[in-house]
Design a binder for this molecule. Structure first.
Ligand code: ATP
Length: 234
């Protein structure tokens, strides 16, 4: 579904990603793990089109998307949940979700998605009239994910869903991933929480200083001595 080949990307003269290649097949949950500053956010930005690649190729559903604008890529069925979440704070929960649904231009599907998002995150339904800016970090993350899901994406990109959240909230959010996947949505997430994100993924990649250092089935990565020593402190 997503094929990234030999991708270089960065900012001005600063190259962050070097020759990154990765694949995400339809139906998979794939996790890209790495430390602070490894280039995870830069990867998400480049795939989604908010940052132009310096070199390499990105294909989504067979189409070359490298260098295309984010709104064009979104229309093909990709949605992202950014680190920092970027909600409309002055708007209520339901209005935030409807912004996502409006992009569909299919009222019935939008209604169906709204019901599903409320089933997935009952807390959002309880607080449907509340302003987003008064939300806790975990609730904002749920709302940001909900808004992305409202667009019926084929591929959901999640940028560090655990960041800044209490452990109980992190657990709550990760436990939704199998349910999202069961609705036929493919997931690529980037994370610093190596153990948890690989536990929920089928396959994983380790990004170090902008390069893919390791790749393989998530269970094999979790069992790898080197990875355990470097990232899990064991
Ligand atoms: P974190 O977990 O801290 O978010 P990350 O793996 O997502 O880290 P990136 O945000 O992709 O890493 O950053 C990779 C490198 O690119 C860092 O050295 C960072 O300082 C640099 N960088 C990020 N954004 C910019 C920018 N807008 N301009 C210049 N350099 C940037």
């Amino acid at each position: 579904m997503l094929e990234v080949r030999q991708l270089d990307a960065g900012y001005g003269d600063v190259q962050v990603l070097r020759g990154v290649s990765l694949d995400v097949a339809e139906g998979e949950i794939v996790s890209m793990v790495g430390a602070n500053g490894a280039g995870k956010t830069t990867l998400i930005r480049t795939v989604m089109g908010t940052l132009a690649p310096m070199a390499g190729e990105i294909r989504f559903l067979g189409e070359r998307i490298g260098g295309r604008a984010a709104h064009q890529i979104a229309r093909l069925g990709m949605a992202q949940v950014m680190e920092g979440r970027r909600l409309f704070g002055h708007m209520g929960v339901e209005d935030n979700l409807r912004v996502g649904g409006d992009l569909l231009r299919d009222a019935r599907r939008a209604r169906d998605n709204l019901e599903w998002v409320y089933t997935l995150f009952p807390r959002l339904k309880e607080r449907r009239q509340q302003l987003a800016k008064s939300f806790s970090g975990g609730e904002q993350q749920m709302l940001a994910i909900g808004r992305a899901l409202m667009t019926s994406p084929r591929l959901l990109l999640l940028d560090e869903p655990s960041i800044g959240l209490a452990p109980i909230m992190v657990k709550d959010i990760f436990e939704k991933l199998p349910q999202i996947s069961a609705r036929g949505i493919t997931i690529l997430l980037v994370e610093q929480d190596v153990h948890r994100s690989l536990s929920f993924a089928q396959r994983g990649y380790v990004l170090e200083h902008g390069e893919v250092a390791m790749a393989g089935p998530a269970a094999a990565l979790l069992a790898d001595e080197g990875l355990r020593r470097a990232y899990l402190g064991v």
